[in-house]
Design a protein around this ligand. Structure first.
Ligand code: PLP
Length: 393
């Protein structure tokens, strides 16, 4: 399901196409039903009901209660609300805690915020990762103390799909009385995500075939929280008139994702993982010397980050490959959407020990539940010609 019928869209970690069912659910709220959910009349109450039902659908995806969710304008906002909201309370109630921890491979939504917090006086530890993109829990346990306020670790990495040791990290945080936040943007809807391990979880609608500009924050009942945006909405936890069509779309998208996860859990086969492996194996066979970044770690079923090399093992320019694939109607990306187009090497891949040239030789293929075997095979059929063109014999 690409932006147009000609595109084979394998950039689903950047964003996903709106599912038809999501569009249908949103339409009445974009046109006829426009009331403000805070209004006292029946149209307002209907809008309020639609928001509540959608929140219940998003909550069900992560095993939460609707009251534990705060709807936001993006996952980036949800992450800021979680971390700043928690630290604001800690500063007032537990001020001996002045230390926060995250990993070197987080999304800029977390890393840039931690940078800002460092400038504001917080002591910051950034955990390194190994060749497979995994931080060590031994390293984590060594830096966390009774002075640690919060650990933020993503559930799955957006560039490599590597699944992070969130359960262990959360246990270490809690053993020291620290709070645990996880950016579950890439994981939610693709693998089971249970809110039970976290104090705060961040979600985004547009990574699961919902609309852009809608996020959600799970806040565990009783976890410290101070609103980032003031107002009476969302039980005073996030001011601003609710984005009713967006929230309804998020609910529909979460509900479809829950069904999808339940279906492959029953059949014990995830079609996306099957197609991802077919793509990955197909590329490795057709491009000798290509390597999967993060291959040694458990990964999201939809993501493959591949480093391309020539016959002598020298990195090839992935940008050239990306452009040639684009001309063939195939959309992939070089790491994160926001960093592609710039000249900066991926901070995720360099943290994994890749050289700048190796990072610049890597492409991310990210599938969706709408990707077909025909599309995967069409990508593979382009590879021999690309290999011949880009690799000097
Ligand atoms: N966190 C991760 C891991 C992401 O991949 C993204 C999107 O690129 C975000 C956060 C930001 O999500 P949003 O676009 O909803 O702010």
């Amino acid at each position: 399901m690409g932006g147009d019928v000609m595109t084979i869209y394998l950039d689903n970690n950047a964003t996903t196409a709106l599912a038809p069912e999501v569009r249908e659910a949103m339409l009445p709220h974009l046109f006829g039903e426009f009331a403000n959910p805070s209004s006292p009349h029946s149209a307002g109450m209907a809008a309020r009901r639609a928001v509540s039902e959608a929140k219940a659908q998003v909550a069900a995806l992560i095993g939460a209660k609707p009251a534990d969710l705060v709807m936001t304008g993006s996952a980036t906002e949800a992450t800021h609300a979680a971390i700043l909201g928690a630290l604001r309370v800690i500063e007032e109630t537990d001020h001996h805690r002045d230390h926060i921890v995250t990993t070197a491979v987080e999304h800029p939504a977390v890393l840039a915020l931690f940078d800002d917090l460092r400038q504001r006086g917080w002591r910051v530890s950034i955990l390194p990762v190994n060749r497979d993109g995994l931080p060590s829990l031994v390293d984590l346990a060594a830096v966390v103390t009774e002075a640690t306020a919060l650990i933020s670790m993503m559930w799955a990495n957006n560039e490599t799909g590597v699944l992070m040791p969130v359960e262990g990290a959360s246990a270490i945080a809690h053993a020291h009385g620290a709070l645990f936040h996880s950016d579950a943007v890439q994981a939610a809807g693709r693998v089971p995500v249970d809110c039970g391990i976290a104090d705060y979880l961040t979600l985004s609608a547009h990574k699961m075939h919902g609309p852009k500009g809608v996020g959600a924050l799970y806040v565990r009942k009783g976890a410290p929280f101070h609103a980032l945006i003031h107002g009476h909405q969302e039980r005073r936890r996030r001011g601003g008139t609710e984005n009713v069509p967006g929230i309804v779309g998020f609910g529909a998208a979460a509900s479809l994702a829950s069904l999808w996860l339940a279906s492959f859990r029953k059949e014990e086969a995830d079609l996306t993982a099957f197609l991802r492996d077919r793509l990955e194996q197909g590329i490795l066979v057709r491009w000798p010397g290509a390597v999967v970044n993060g291959a040694g770690a458990a990964r999201l079923p939809n993501t493959s980050n591949i480093r391309f090399a020539d016959r002598r093992g020298h990195p090839v320019e992935a940008e050239e490959l990306l452009m040639r694939l684009d001309r063939a109607g195939i959309a992939v990306s070089m790491g994160a959407a926001c960093s592609s187009g710039g000249n900066e090497p991926s901070h995720v891949l360099t943290a994994m020990g890749l050289s700048d040239a190796q990072a610049a030789a890597s492409l991310r293929f990210s599938l969706s539940r709408y990707t077909t075997a025909t599309e995967v095979d069409a990508v593979l059929s382009e590879l021999p010609a690309l290999h011949a063109r880009l690799v000097v014999a």
